[in-house]
Design a protein around this ligand. Sequence first.
Ligand SMILES: [Zn+2]
Ligand SMILES: [Zn+2]
Length: 258
Amino acid sequence: MRNFIFPGLVFSALLMITSGCGPKEFNLSTQTPKKMFSEVAQSDSIIISGSDGTCEIEYSPDWMNAEVTDSVVYITMKANDTGKIRKDVVVVKCGASNISIDVEQGIKATHLELPNGDEIKLGKEGGSQELVVVTDGSVKVEGFDGIEAAYDGGKLTVSAPKNDGNRFSGVVKLTAGEFSKEVKVSVDGKVCTTCNGAGTIKCKACSGKGYTFKFDPSPGIYGCHACGGRGYSYRVPEPGYRDGKGKVTCPTCKGKGV
Ligand SMILES: [Zn+2]
Ligand SMILES: [Zn+2]
């Protein structure tokens, strides 16, 4: 027997040396480290980068079916009627390396509220701020360029690095099932020195009042044309009389404020 086993061992040892000693290591990555699913039955896919394409599913929760073909993970899931948000991971193994993807399936949201308002203002120096979000569903967050926005455990966190450029702003959209809310986010920076960032300046024609008093063609009050007013008023405003806004668009920044 020995004589048969020995050559076999030598052969497999040689094979291991020539093939580089066991499974290969890869530097795996994905653009989707966390995947959110709504409560309905659905399928989706996630691309794993960095391997030679020979991957398998090491682990997936029993409330979904996960398969991998050529570095693409295909996930199929049933509707979530458990009444609870489900969270777990899918672990994909390629050679000797693993990558873990957070997966979450929500329940049908019945509400989405922002009890502390819908505005976040960050200073020039950057930093981060939180906003309370009240919901029973899974929250999806869509941010915009220049800021980071993330939701976790009932809080929206918005952060930005130090801003040496102009002041900018945008909207972070939160979605939970069929509900959605918008959070206005602004990051301070350089502002227009003419209007101090307001985008408008006081109307010179009416000194900001929105109307002017004139004797011609008849004495009375005229809505200031320069800032959007119109018509004539004496004791009783004529039909269509309107005050101007008292403000006009800043000529330096054309209303942008920066
Ligand atoms: Zn301006
Ligand atoms: Zn005016």
